[in-house]
Write a protein that binds this ligand. Structure first.
Ligand SMILES: Nc1nc2c(ncn2[C@@H]2O[C@H](COP(=O)(O)OP(=O)(O)OP(=O)(O)O)[C@@H](O)[C@H]2O)c(=O)[nH]1
Length: 546
């Protein structure tokens, strides 16, 4: 999310806060007038329910005092309602009117509590300060640059720190060879401490720190971890490991944002929570009718559902039970956001499949942090369940499920979709000649390349051993061909090193597209046939089915 969207979300928070204040004033005034005019004890039901709502929502809009007072008054009214006691309705009206005093404007909450959105950008520069192993350095630099990273070689600490501090350089990672400091443990420790501090000095997102060493001991790894290092590579190392680590870390960073579906019949409160989460970097959709929540989930594919406990037509725990009946939503975190503080009700909600219970009013920062932690955890679990451990790409079964979902979305939205099958040429020869671990490195390199060239909406899977599938939504055959030709060329240009030998590998690909083919099985067959044709026609080429 960029700064403009965050600023827009914050401005919207201020507008919502004003709306809330006006609406609440009107509601309290109308209730107070009716109490005085009708002097009817049956109005207490409505008064209690309004106070319950205010207790839950006031704090969210920055009126914490209103929340507290409303909760106290709610308990008092509940008791009075139980006794069917109609004395003192006029004084209750006065107390309701006096609540409006707590709606005075103070400092805007969105100005007080700021939440940072994670940034998204392409590959940044990598600074390398190493102990002059020319050959290894050259290989590292060429591998990193093949994956789009500018490489800046530094010859001493002051140059390294100057580059880190220079915003023009856009440093994503810093790779430091501990051998530059000789073998003295104290000197290495101080170097790491210094760099750990230098990388966080800029104020923005600090560059990743990677440590390179010819020694591998626990104390050294511990020192690196204390300096905030994200990777520890032992010489001799494969440069692809560094690319791999950078790519995985970038995936994690992008995953810090996520999609949240808000299910709440109180539209204003839902819009407020949506604006808070959007200012925190999340993509948010609101559903005010719980009976339409499943449709909204199918359409929006949320990473987390945040719902109210009490809603008309269907309660939160009932909705949780219905959602959990669907295999596709078994692992999606369901979190209740409610004014209810009753522990028994929270436990009931949890037993229906909800994962957590947040109590309204909730501070903006707390809401964002709680949602972020759950989304990250859910993503880690989903990653473990659905991803291939070697490449981090989707497994066979999952990518086929994604094809069905993406194809029906393309059909609904009247957009094209392309399906690509890719297969490494003569891969058996790589394994036979250099061994399985080297073959694995080649597979990982292709995985990284695909991830880098793909858009956020594309889906990438490892379909079989050395066969990969790309699903490209909103991408017609011609654009798909351009992309796949680019991938083919880049993959063929990668240089691998093994057994003191440099080698390269090529791939072949077949493309089939919707709307020319509209059935998912047929789309798969036709992409497969196109791949077969590419192999038959000499390999290292891309063929179209249509
Ligand atoms: N290193 C490694 N090799 C794998 C993995 N999975 C499958 N393979 C190997 O991939 C190779 C596939 O070989 P073939 O299907 O004969 O195809 P190919 O040699 O790529 O030849 P063409 O596809 O016709 O160009 C086999 O040697 C498998 O052992 C894996 O996870 N790691």
């Amino acid at each position: 999310m960029n700064a403009d969207r965050v600023a827009a979300a914050r401005a919207q928070l201020d507008v919502l806060r004003r709306d809330y204040r006006e609406r609440t004033r009107a509601v309290l005034e109308a209730l107070a007038s009716r109490l005085v005019e009708l002097n009817d004890v049956s109005l207490l039901d409505e008064v209690e329910s309004q106070l319950h709502k205010l207790a839950g929502s006031g704090g969210s809009f920055g009126f914490a005092e209103l929340s507290r007072e409303s909760r106290g008054l709610e308990l008092m009214v509940r008791e009075q309602r139980g006794r069917r006691d109609d004395s003192g309705l006029a004084s209750l009206a006065m107390r309701l009117r006096s609540l409006t005093r707590l709606l005075q404007d103070g400092t805007s909450r969105s100005q007080r509590e700021r939440t940072e959105a994670p940034g998204e950008k392409g590959p940044g520069a990598v600074l390398v300060w190493s102990a002059h192993d020319e050959l290894a350095d050259t290989r590292l630099a060429s591998t990193l640059s093949q994956f789009g990273h500018a490489v800046v070689r530094c010859s001493d600490q002051s140059q390294l720190e100057a580059e880190i501090a220079d915003p023009e350089v856009g440093v994503e990672g810093v790779l430091v060879d501990l051998d530059v400091q000789g073998a003295a443990p104290a000197a290495r420790k101080s170097l790491l401490e210094h760099l750990g501090e230098a990388r966080t000095r800029g104020g923005g997102r600090p560059p990743r720190l990677f440590v390179l060493s010819s020694e591998d001991t626990l104390p050294l790894r511990l020192q690196a971890a204390r300096a905030g290092a994200s990777g520890f590579f032992v010489r001799p190392f494969d440069p692809m490991q560094v690319v791999d680590r950078l790519e995985r870390l970038r995936d994690e960073q992008i995953a810090q944002s996520g999609k949240v579906l808000l299910v709440d019949d109180d539209h204003l409160l839902a819009r407020h929570h949506a604006a808070v989460l959007e200012a925190g970097g999340f993509e948010v959709d609101i559903c005010t009718d719980p009976l339409k929540a499943l449709d909204a989930m199918d359409r929006f594919q949320p990473d987390l559902v945040l719902m109210d406990l009490y809603m008309p037509g269907c309660s939160g725990p009932e909705l949780a039970r219905v959602i959990r009946m669907h295999d596709a939503w078994l692992a999606t975190p369901l979190v209740f956001l409610s004014a209810e503080t009753d522990l028994d009700l929270q436990l009931t909600a949890a037993s229906e499949g909800a994962d957590d219970f947040l109590t309204k009013p909730i501070a903006d920062g707390h809401l964002v942090a709680a949602v972020r932690a759950r989304v990250e955890r859910a993503r880690q679990v989903a990653q473990l369940i659905h991803s291939d451990s070697l490449t981090g790409l989707l497994k066979h079964g999952r990518i086929k499920e994604e094809l069905l979902a993406e194809l029906s979305r393309a059909q609904r939205q009247g957009q094209p979709l392309s399906l690509v099958m890719l297969d490494i040429d003569h891969f058996k020869r790589v394994n036979d000649r250099f061994g399985h671990p080297v073959g694995d490195q080649v597979l990982r390199a292709l995985g990284n390349l695909l991830r880098q060239r793909a858009r956020k909406s594309d889906r990438i899977g490892r379909y079989g051993g050395e066969e990969f599938m790309l699903i490209l939504p909103d991408c017609a055959t011609d654009s798909a061909r351009l992309l796949v030709e680019d991938i083919r060329e880049r993959f063929g240009a990668l240089h691998f090193n093994a057994a003191g030998e440099e080698f390269s590998v090529t791939l072949s690909a077949g493309i089939a597209s919707y709307p020319a083919t509209s059935d998912s099985g047929e789309l798969l067959n036709r992409a497969d046939q196109a791949l077969y044709a590419a192999k038959q026609n000499g390999r290292n080429r891309v063929e179209l089915a249509d």
